[in-house]
Design a protein around this ligand. Structure first.
Ligand code: PHB
Length: 417
């Protein structure tokens, strides 16, 4: 073996330092299980990439009860409800009253900073900026991840299990052979035009706005930085839009009846595609997929990061059973256990999208029907209960009572009145 090739070993090789990979590594470490996390991106890129911002109650609970929630509690905003706006009128869905749960507005890249910080403080092994990642031997009992370090060292990492957390474009999803897998895919005929603007908040809670000109979402980041989106063509080129044209579009969709968006300079813009994807099965041999590697949701239901965290909470419990008790019983049902939540989230995201977006192939009937649906959701507690229940997130499945995950979540549940 020469100096530029190295063989290394760990218990769990984690590919991808996003919410799934980092949270898994964090939870495993609390249970005394070793992991190595690799990512093709560098740390700065991961910590600066703007993604969605809503944490379900269970995601927030898991962060706080496992020691990575200090900044979330300090800087995140707890939202006990949200507004649905139609015909220039906002009506509130009261999450706290309907479910006893809330959500937190805390951007995904802040979650990643907290997890990276915690892993580094605990002596965790994170390798950023690697390239030429390959997975091999996933159906043998000696699976390997091969990759090249930024300094050119080619590493062969052996592990008992590989966690594929490398997103929709990564190598792990593709490592499950085509003849054993089914890919469920749905493309929506819309995109989201997203902006960051230096302005004060326009609202105390998010506004999901339906209008005859299309959907818009008013969210926030900090007291001086706001996040807003509006429905656009999926092929739209964001760079050709002037600030004035963007504000015009947002104003027509949201302003009215005494409500006006607070405007400011636009500091970032981009178009987000809207797609749904699920792979079945979510594991093959020693490879277990989690997060966007296994499924993608459109942003409407704010489920992407939350699904990733729920996946790895279940995967961690299964790995604890495997490493501490020598049983594959929970690993064997991992995919089936998480699939229920995934498909419920797929339905929820599709449903929110169909209720709120303008369908260019639709007609006056569709428009009036959507208004009827929004009235039904906002018109009574029973109407709003499904939205509140799914948006704030049902409890994460506790599959192993001896797990750090079960212990942390049970402790949080006892603390919460
Ligand atoms: C965001 O703040 O970026 C955000 C919030 C809710 C969504 C999607 C994105 O449904």
């Amino acid at each position: 073996m020469n100096a530029t090739n190295q063989s290394q070993r760990t218990q769990v090789a984690i590919i991808g330092a996003g919410p799934a990979g980092l949270m898994l590594s964090h939870l495993l470490s609390l249970s005394g299980i070793d992991s190595v996390v690799i990512d093709v991106r560098d740390r700065e890129t991961i910590e600066a990439t703007i993604r969605a911002g809503i944490l379900e109650q269970g995601t927030a609970d898991l962060m706080t009860s496992t020691g990575v929630g200090d900044r979330l509690l300090d800087e995140g905003q707890r939202h006990e409800g949200t507004y649905l706006r139609s015909r220039k009128e906002s009506r509130r869905i009261d999450f706290a009253a309907l479910t006893g749960r809330s959500v937190y507005l805390y951007p995904q890249h802040e979650v990643l900073k907290d997890l990276i910080g915690a892993r580094i403080a605990a002596g965790g092994d994170l390798r950023f900026g690697v390239h030429d990642v390959e997975v091999q031997g996933i159906t043998t009992d000696d699976p390997k991840v091969r990759f090249t370090e930024p300094d050119g060292t080619r590493v062969e990492l052996s592990s008992a299990v590989i966690a594929g957390c490398d997103g929709s474009q990564g190598v792990c999803r593709r490592a499950i052979p085509k003849d054993v897998r089914t890919d469920y895919f749905h493309a929506y005929p819309h995109g989201w035009f997203g902006i960051l603007t230096e302005a004060p908040p326009s609202s105390d809670e998010l506004i999901y706005s339906h209008s005859e000109h299309g959907f818009a979402l008013i969210s926030s980041r900090t007291p001086t930085l706001q996040r807003m989106y509006f429905q656009c063509d999926p092929g739209e080129d964001a760079s050709t839009w002037s600030d004035e044209r963007i504000w015009d579009e947002l104003r027509t969709r949201v302003n009215g009846n005494g409500f006006e968006l607070k405007e400011g300079p636009i500091t970032q813009r981009g178009v987000i595609p809207m797609r749904s994807y699920v792979i079945d099965p979510m594991s093959h041999g020693r490879l277990f997929l989690a997060g966007d590697a296994a499924h993608t949701v459109p942003p409407t239901g704010a489920k992407g990061m939350n699904l990733a965290v729920a996946d790895v909470a279940v995967l961690c419990q299964a790995l604890e059973r495997y490493f501490h008790q020598g049983s594959t019983e929970l690993l064997d049902v991992y995919g089936r256990t998480v699939a229920d939540r995934v498909w419920q989230a797929q339905h929820f995201s599709w449903w929110m999208t169909s209720m709120l977006h303008l369908d260019h192939k639709g007609d006056a009937f569709d428009h009036r029907r959507q208004l009827g649906e929004i009235d039904q959701i906002t018109g009574s507690p029973i109407g709003g209960a499904y939205l509140a229940d799914t948006y704030t997130g049902r409890p994460i499945a506790l599959t192993n009572p001896d797990s750090v995950v079960a212990e942390a979540l049970t402790r949080t549940a006892q603390r919460t009145p």
